[in-house]
Design a protein around this ligand. Structure first.
Ligand code: CA
Length: 329
């Protein structure tokens, strides 16, 4: 197996606060011996666990990057027991382009794990995280939001896992994050995700979806900032206890997804957080090129709460239009 070409410009294990980069050599037309420079901060206080906090795995999701830039300047080593490794914008080329995927190689970082040391830029980033960072961590947080094409109820999430003790530890951490909602999440396609890699390495892993639409609100960024600190309390890295959220829990059954059956102009009839019944219209899709045509009705696949929706007004056939999640008592 090839060695990773990525080098941190700061020490990962020294006490104090260090700001630098992961430097990934990237030879290209505008920079023959150039690099991809991925911002990184490492804050180490006394003895204790290690938290690995990641944002910008997808480049058009902003709550994580905002919360982690804020944490990197506001968290002091004297205040903590342990270490926090912060990567606010892990897929830096995608982040700079305002895109979900990398403009360098088209790579979707969250479908590239465990990556390759001798692969594409995106595969090299995944490989370094999988082989050099996750293993050092006791708790891993990967911030997500809906990006430009989805909008979610704000939630922290964990997955159903084969190891029930690990599943319980992940669920407890997701709860401790203190978002308005806590989700037991079902992935459409979990192969290649950072989530799957961290869970396979036995880590306590938390992810989020905190709104979307290619921006962040004051409220959603606030949820992200509070959640990051709450996880540090939960892990024992910060003293004290997490500020609890409202404790509302959701799960995603297998029939929670609604996909667009036609392209066109999408009119939502239900907003995020509202209850729906199976068979009830959630949205209608108008023909883009004709007036006088009856719109296609898109019905709720099951009873539940609208937990996610397509964001831009135009949809394509096959787009995820909505997620109807179920509130747990
Ligand atoms: Ca995402």
């Amino acid at each position: 197996m090839a060695e990773s070409p990525i080098t941190p410009t700061i020490p990962l294990d020294r006490p104090g606060k260090h700001h630098g980069h992961l430097r990934l050599p990237h030879s290209r037309d505008d920079s023959a011996w150039g690099s991809v420079m991925i911002p990184m901060s490492v804050i180490r206080g006394g003895e204790g666990p290690t938290a690995l906090f990641i944002g910008g795995n997808h480049g058009d999701e902003y709550e994580g990057p905002i919360a982690l830039h804020d944490l990197a300047i506001s968290l002091e080593p004297e205040a903590i027991s342990g270490r926090v490794i912060i990567l606010p914008t892990l897929n830096q080329p995608a982040f700079l382009a305002g895109r979900r995927t990398s403009p360098v190689d088209g790579g979707n970082l969250n479908r590239s794990f465990p990556g390759r040391a001798d692969g594409t830029v995106t595969q090299k980033i995944a490989h370094f995280v999988a082989t050099h960072l996750i293993g050092q961590a006791d708790i891993v947080l990967d911030f997500h939001s809906g990006g430009r094409t989805l909008d979610f109820l704000p939630f922290a999430a964990s997955h159903v896992l084969a190891d029930k003790a690990q599943e319980a530890a992940c669920a407890a951490a997701a709860e401790a994050f203190g978002a308005p909602w806590t989700m037991k999440m079902l992935e459409i396609d979990n192969v290649g995700m950072l989530d799957t890699e961290a869970e396979a390495q036995g880590k306590v892993f938390v992810t989020t979806e905190l709104r979307g639409g290619g921006t962040a609100t004051a409220e959603s960024a606030g949820i992200a900032k509070r959640g990051a600190r709450n996880l540090l309390h939960h892990a024992g890295i910060l003293p004290g206890t997490p500020t609890p959220g409202p404790g509302r829990r959701l799960e995603m059954p297998e029939d929670c997804f609604l996909f667009a059956q036609q392209e066109g102009l999408c009119e939502f009839l239900v907003d995020l957080g509202e209850p729906v019944r199976a068979g009830e219209p959630v949205a209608r899709i108008w023909r883009a090129n004709h007036s006088g045509k009856t719109p296609m009705i898109c019905e709720a696949p099951r009873d539940g709460i609208l937990a996610a929706r397509h964001y831009p007004g135009l949809v394509q056939i096959g787009d995820c239009l909505a997620v109807v999640a179920v509130e747990l008592g």
